[in-house]
Design a protein around this ligand. Structure first.
Ligand code: RB5
Length: 152
């Protein structure tokens, strides 16, 4: 399995106030890997709605402006609810390595969602690294993710 990180595709990242400190650290981590980062905000710990920032990132991924994104709020729950309303977005809220890996191999997740009040910095970095390293398996999983786009 190819475990190389694609440093050519930029990443759009967004958060609310609850996860602002972790977002800043993840940006530094991503830049250290040589990845270009578009910061969609928020830019301080002043209280904001996760919906506004989740929409910015999810819209950019949904429309193909960015192929991958990262969203953070206190729990990650609100951000994942927002993001998964957008066509072609497969946002995965993860706090363990196995789920992150599966979200890439089986679900081709294109947005990683993290809870800034749930996980520590070191785990967050490993989750991001694993998410970036793990390719989509394709095969039987391709039809499944395609069928996500059909109406219920
Ligand atoms: C903000 O207090 C909090 O509600 C938000 O960060 C997030 O956890 C929502 O799902």
């Amino acid at each position: 399995m190819d475990m190389a990180i694609d440093t050519t595709a930029p990443i759009i990242i967004g958060c609310d106030h609850a996860a602002f400190p972790l977002k800043e650290k993840i940006i530094v981590f991503l830049k250290g890997l040589g990845i270009e980062v578009k910061d969609a905000g928020t830019f301080s710990q002043e209280s904001v709605s996760y919906v506004d920032y989740g929409k910015k990132v999810a819209k950019a991924v949904s429309e193909g402006e960015y192929s991958r994104g990262i969203l953070l709020c206190g729990t990650g729950l609100g951000m994942s609810m927002v993001a998964n309303r957008f066509p072609r977005v497969r946002a995965a809220l993860c706090s363990d390595i196995f789920s992150v890996r599966m979200s890439r191999e089986h679900n081709d997740s294109n947005i990683l969602v993290l809870g800034g009040r749930i996980i520590g910095d070191a785990l967050a970095f490993e989750l991001v690294r694993t998410w970036l390293e793990t390719p989509f398996e394709g095969g039987r999983h391709l039809d499944r993710i395609k069928s996500l786009e059909t109406s219920v």
